[in-house]
Design a protein around this ligand. Structure first.
Ligand code: AMP
Ligand code: MG
Length: 306
């Protein structure tokens, strides 16, 4: 049994930037404080994800969700009807949204969900801030539906695992995006498409026929306005410079050369540099190990011809 003391310990760990696995009705989530760049970076490192997939921000109620993003009438209808539940809504982030840009993989949208599980909800209430939580399994492995699955896959990478028994739904949430006036099914999941369409009174677009917003689809990824030059040891005169390791400047992804720290800073610093409207952003070489692969993947996409 999970006690109030366990919840309070888990909340403290999350608030101090640690990873905590917790049960939801879909699958076990690998939780991190959504507003903490470094904590979010730790998720990608722990899962060994080769790219930065955007993550779902979990909140305890509709009001907390409204504080993060802009809900259209239809999005609101689904939130009111199906939350808490296995439905994730992707909406435009408010410009004031404090969720780490790394959690949205640099997109201007945010995926939000209110899970239907007493332990998850209590934890989210005590934390009082959004918690990102992808499935608590190493990348490419099967999603965990028991605490033992989490222990087997990520046991040494999480500070605490809240054991709430087996998950009732057992598959991930259905993901529906409400962007640019279109309702699109991005991922089938625990809430059937037909149920959602009945509630809306119209059909959902499919991700492959509608406008694409999912990760891995180049055009939806954040690209700065400025051109990008990668593997640049130094900046030229018309360039803003994003450093890594031994470099003395305002924008250094990680002075100590730590790729987890670099991942935590990546999207925020790109945004900051882009806001100064440089002709070009030159980026220092980033090593490939660990999260370095995802960082380089992301940089390559941002630098791709457009
Ligand atoms: P997981 O956290 O592993 O359950 O996966 C999260 C799912 O939500 C993935 O399918 C993502 O593609 C999707 N997702 C999260 N954020 C966004 C976003 N901003 N735009 C589009 N899809 C998103
Ligand atoms: Mg997963």
């Amino acid at each position: 049994m999970i006690s109030a003391k366990d919840i309070s310990k888990a909340a403290d760990l999350l608030l101090s930037g640690e990873l905590v696995a917790f049960p939801t009705e879909t699958v076990y989530g690998l939780g991190a404080l959504a507003t903490d760049d470094k904590a979010v970076a730790r998720i990608y490192a722990a899962k060994g994800r080769p790219t930065f997939n955007p993550l779902i921000s979990h909140v305890p109620d509709v009001e907390a969700a409204f504080a993060l993003g802009e809900f259209s009438g239809d999005a609101l209808k689904l939130a009111a009807r199906f939350w808490p539940g296995p439905l994730t809504l992707v909406v435009p982030r408010w410009s004031t949204c404090t969720v780490s840009l790394l959690a949205s993989a640099g997109l201007s949208s945010l995926a939000i969900r209110v899970p239907q599980h007493p332990i998850a909800l209590e934890l989210l209430r005590v934390v009082g801030k959004p918690v990102v939580a992808p499935s608590a399994n190493p990348s490419g492995r099967i999603s965990p539906t028991t605490a033992q699955h989490v222990r087997d896959g990520l046991g040494n990478k999480v500070s605490m695992i809240l054991d709430g028994g087996p998950c009732a739904v057992g598959v991930e949430s259905t993901v529906v995006s409400f962007l640019e006036g279109k309702a699109t099914l991005l991922r089938p999941g625990g809430l059937p498409r037909e149920t959602i369409e009945d509630a809306l009174g119209f059909r959902l677009l499919d991700a492959d026929t509608g406008v694409m917003h999912s990760p891995g689809q180049m055009e939806s990824h954040y690209a700065p306005h400025a051109a990008m030059r990668l593997n640049a040891e130094t900046a030229m005169t018309d360039e803003a410079y994003l450093g890594f390791g031994n470099f003395d400047g305002a924008h250094n992804l990680s002075p100590s050369g730590d790729v987890v720290e670099a991942a935590a800073n990546l999207f925020r610093m790109l945004h900051e540099l882009d806001a100064t409207k440089p002709e070009r952003i030159a980026v220092a070489p980033i090593p490939m190990g660990g999260l370095g692969e995802a960082i380089n993947d992301r940089l390559k996409r941002a630098a791709a011809p457009r």
